[in-house]
Design a protein around this ligand. Structure first.
Ligand code: ADP
Ligand code: MG
Length: 684
C-alpha cells in the first residue's frame, strides 16, 4: 500500500529517468507530488463551433474525422499526418508533424475533441498539432480546466498530470488536515482532500477558487505559526536584565524634545531590555524621523547599567557620520565613545581593541570590522545595526555571539507595511516611528518629462549659484539587459552634465567603483568639494549632506516608490528649502500614477502601502535578501488580506496551545517543523 511518503517511482509510468526529472522539480514522495501545484490552467471548458472560431483563437472543438488521415514525407526526418475534420458549422484542416501514430489512432468517421490554436487563411481554417481525444475516452484533456505544471527536461504535461492523478487516487484519503476545524469553519475553508483534488483537477472555476483560497490560507497559516514559534523560542532566551531608568534624565539633555513616536519606540525597547529576555527589535522610521536618537537613548540606558554598546553601519562613511552624531548626543553625558573601521591605521585599531577589551569604551561605532574575530568585548549589552538589510544575517549573528545574549536593535529606514514587516523580519518585534520632528519642511516633488530639460538645467544653475548642491540619480543598468529605450548610465550622464555646466564641479559614483573610491567621492561631496553628484542607487542609504537641496532622479519609471522615497530623503535635511524632480519619458499609465503618488505625499508608510498595491511585494522582497520560504500558491502582495487573517488565527491558536502539543494539532505541528527545518539555514 502506498502512503504519502512513498517514492514517486511507485507511480505507474514513472521510471528511473522520469523520477530523477521529478526530483529536479523538488518532487520525491507522493506527498511532494500531490503538493506540486499547477502553475496555471488552460480553460478548455468551452466547446466552439468550427465555423465560429476566429484566427488565432485557442479553442476546443468537437468534430468528425472527415477523411482517412494520410501520412506524408516532406523530406528526410520530416513526416506529417494530414486530414480534415468537420462539424455542422464548417471544417478545419488538421496537421500533425512527426507524430505518425496519429494515423493509427484516428480513423475516418471518429468523433474526436481537438484543442489547439486556430489559424484562418481566407475561408480555410487549420490547426497544427492540436491536443486530441476520442469523445468519452475519459482522458480529460479537453472539455475541462486543464492544469499546466512547471516543466523540466525529460517530462511532459501529460506525464505529470497522470502521475498526479495516480498520486491523488493512491493516497488522497491520507492527506493530513493541517488546519484545525475551528479555523476552517471560521474562515469558511474547504477540507484538505477536496482542496488538493480541485487545485489539480477543478470541476469549474468556482471550485478552483475554493481550493486555491484554502491552500493559500494554509500556506500562510503554517508560515505564521512558524514565525510565532521562532518568536516564542526567543522569548524563552535569557537575556541581560537591565534595571529600569527614568529616560527624562536623558531627554532633558537634548536641545529639542523627543517626538511622541521616539518616546514610544524607546519605551518599547527599554521594556524588552528590562524584561530578562534578549531583545530583538526592529525600529522602522521614515527618513529623518530620528532613529539615531532612539539608538542614543538606549545606548545611554545600557551604559548606565554598566554595559557596552556596539553600533554597526554598512559603510565607512556612515560609520563616521554616526560616530559624530552619537558623540554629539552622548559625549556630554560622559560616555566614552570609540570608532573602529577598516580605514584606520593598524595602531589605532590596536588601541581601540585594547580599550574595548579592558572595558574602557561604552560605545563603539564601526563597520564590519566590529565583528572580526580579534575584537573582544567586555560586557557587550546592546548591538545596534543600521540598515540591516545590508548586513548578512550571519554577520549579525557573529556579533551577537560576542556577548552573552546582548540585546539587538535593528534600524531600518525603509517603511514597510506592518503586515509585511511581520513576515519579512520574521521573529523581530517591531516599533514604528510614524512621526517626524516638528518643523520639517516638505520636499516639493515634481514629475516631468524630457521637454523640461532646459528649465531643469536652469534650475540647477540657479540653486548652485545660491551655494546649494545637487544629487542626480541614474538607474543601475543590469548586465545583459536589453532595453527598448536606452537608460542614462551614471557615467554618461555625468559627462553630459560636465558639458552642459563647464563652470560646475560634477562628481560621479557608480556601482563598479571600489568601496574606498566611492567613499572618497561621497566624502568630497559631503564636504562641499563638488556641486553635482551623479550616482547610481549606491548612495541610497544614509549619507547626510544638509547643503543638498535638489534631488533629480533620471528614468524615474525604473524605481520603486519606496526607493524613490528613500532617494528623496537625501535632501531636505538642512535648513534649505528642497526639491525632488522625477524625470521620466514613460507614458505608461502605471508610471504616471506612481509618480503622482510621490508628488502628492511625503509620508513613507503611505507610499509603501501604495507601492505594495501597485507593484506587489517584489520591491520589498526582490531587492533584499529576505530569504523567505518559497510560496507555492500564495502571492504575498495579492493575498495580503488572507495573510492578515492567517496571522490572526495563528496567534489565537498558539495562545491556546503554545507548542502545538495537542494531538489534534499534530499534522500542523509537523508542517511547521518541516518549514523551520527547511529554513534553518535560509530565512529569519
Ligand atoms: P533618521 O536616521 O531616522 O533618518 P536622524 O536620526 O538622522 O533620522 O535624524 C534626522 C535629524 O533630525 C537629525 O539632525 C536629528 O538631530 C534631528 N532630530 C531627531 N529627533 C528630533 C526631534 N525630536 N526634534 C528635532 N529634531 C530631531
Ligand atoms: Mg539615519
Amino acid at each position: 500500500m502506498a502512503d504519502l511518503n512513498t517514492d514517486v517511482r511507485f507511480i505507474k509510468g514513472i521510471g528511473e529517468k522520469k523520477a530523477l526529472a521529478l526530483n529536479k522539480l523538488g518532487v520525491f514522495s507522493l506527498y511532494d507530488l500531490v503538493s506540486f501545484f499547477p502553475r496555471r490552467y488552460e480553460d478548455r471548458t468551452k466547446f466552439r463551433l468550427i465555423g465560429e472560431t476566429l484566427d488565432g483563437e485557442t479553442a476546443c472543438i468537437r468534430a468528425i474525422v472527415a477523411d482517412t488521415p494520410r501520412l506524408m514525407r516532406i523530406r528526410r526526418g520530416m513526416e506529417l499526418v494530414k486530414f480534415r475534420a468537420v462539424d455542422e458549422s464548417g471544417s478545419v484542416d488538421i496537421t500533425y508533424f512527426n507524430k505518425n501514430y496519429v494515423k493509427d489512432n484516428l480513423n475516418r468517421g471518429d468523433q474526436v475533441c481537438f484543442f489547439g490554436r486556430i489559424e484562418c487563411k481566407g475561408v480555410r481554417r487549420s490547426m497544427v498539432n492540436p491536443v486530441y481525444e476520442h469523445e468519452d475516452s475519459g482522458k480529460g484533456v479537453t472539455g475541462r480546466i486543464v492544469p499546466v505544471y512547471r516543466m523540466t527536461a525529460g517530462l511532459n504535461q501529460r506525464t505529470i498530470t497522470q502521475a498526479v492523478r495516480q498520486g491523488l487516487d493512491a493516497c488522497g484519503e491520507q492527506l493530513p488536515e493541517a488546519l484545525p476545524e475551528s479555523v476552517r469553519e471560521r474562515q469558511k475553508l474547504v477540507q484538505a482532500r477536496y482542496a488538493y483534488e480541485n487545485i489539480h483537477f477543478p470541476a469549474d472555476f468556482g471550485t478552483l477558487e475554493l481550493a486555491r483560497r484554502r491552500l493559500i490560507f494554509e500556506e500562510l497559516f503554517v508560515l505564521s505559526c512558524a514565525l510565532n514559534d521562532l518568536r516564542h523560542k526567543r522569548d524563552n532566551d535569557d537575556g541581560l536584565k537591565l534595571p529600569a531608568a527614568d529616560f527624562e534624565e536623558f531627554w532633558r539633555t537634548l536641545p529639542f524634545a523627543p517626538t511622541g513616536a521616539q518616546r514610544r519606540a524607546v519605551a518599547e525597547a527599554a521594556a524588552d531590555m528590562c524584561g530578562g529576555r534578549a531583545m530583538s527589535r526592529l525600529v522602522q522610521g521614515d527618513v529623518g524621523s530620528g532613529k539615531t536618537l532612539v539608538a542614543a537613548a538606549l545606548i545611554w540606558f545600557t551604559q548606565r547599567a554598566g554595559y557596552t554598546s556596539a553600533f554597526m553601519a554598512p559603510t565607512e562613511i556612515l560609520a563616521e557620520q554616526h560616530f559624530v552624531t552619537l558623540s554629539g548626543f552622548l559625549a556630554p553625558l560622559g560616555l566614552r565613545i570609540g570608532k573602529l573601521t577598516g580605514a584606520m591605521s593598524a595602531k589605532e585599531k590596536r588601541e581601540v581593541k585594547a580599550a574595548l577589551k579592558n572595558g574602557e569604551i561604552d560605545l563603539i561605532v564601526g563597520t564590519h570590522a566590529l565583528f572580526s574575530e580579534d575584537v573582544e568585548y567586555r560586557d557587550l549589552g546592546l548591538v545596534v545595526t543600521d540598515e540591516q538589510h545590508r548586513f548578512g544575517v550571519g554577520q549579525r549573528a557573529a556579533l551577537i555571539g560576542k556577548g552573552t545574549r546582548p540585546h539587538v536593535l535593528v534600524m531600518s529606514a525603509t517603511p514597510i507595511p506592518r503586515t509585511l514587516a511581520l513576515i519579512l523580519y520574521g521573529d523581530l518585534d517591531v516599533s514604528i516611528i510614524d512621526e517626524l520632528p516638528p518643523g520639517r519642511q516638505k520636499v516639493d516633488t515634481f514629475a516631468v518629462d524630457e521637454s523640461y530639460r532646459a528649465r531643469l538645467n536652469g534650475f540647477i544653475r540657479k540653486l548652485v549659484g545660491e551655494g546649494r548642491q545637487v544629487f542626480v540619480v541614474c538607474p543601475m543598468v543590469e548586465e545583459n539587459e536589453e532595453l527598448a529605450t536606452p537608460l542614462k548610465s551614471a557615467e554618461e550622464h555625468a559627462a553630459a552634465l560636465r558639458e552642459e555646466f563647464p563652470e560646475l564641479r560634477v562628481a560621479c559614483v557608480h556601482g563598479r567603483m571600489k568601496p574606498k573610491d566611492k567613499d572618497a567621492v561621497m566624502r568630497a561631496f559631503a564636504a562641499g568639494e563638488s556641486d553635482i553628484l551623479v550616482s547610481t542607487t549606491v548612495i541610497e542609504v544614509g549619507v547626510d549632506v544638509p547643503n543638498a537641496a535638489l534631488m533629480i532622479v533620471e528614468n524615474a519609471e525604473r524605481f520603486g516608490l519606496s526607493q524613490l522615497h528613500q532617494l528623496r530623503g537625501r535632501v531636505g535635511r538642512g535648513k534649505h528649502k528642497s526639491w525632488c524632480i522625477l524625470v521620466s519619458d514613460s507614458d505608461s499609465e502605471e508610471t504616471r500614477a506612481r509618480l503622482e503618488v510621490m508628488c502628492k505625499t511625503n509620508d513613507g508608510f503611505q507610499i509603501a502601502e501604495k507601492d505594495l498595491q501597485l507593484r506587489g511585494p517584489g520591491d520589498f522582497f526582490g531587492s533584499r535578501q529576505h530569504g523567505l520560504p518559497e510560496m507555492h500558491v500564495a502571492d504575498l502582495g495579492a493575498d495580503m488580506n488572507v495573510l492578515q487573517e492567517a496571522q490572526k488565527e495563528a496567534k489565537l491558536l498558539l495562545e491556546s496551545d503554545p507548542g502545538l502539543r495537542l494531538p489534534e494539532h499534530a499534522a500542523l505541528r509537523e508542517r511547521v517543523e518541516k518549514l523551520l527545518e527547511k529554513s534553518a539555514s535560509g530565512w529569519n
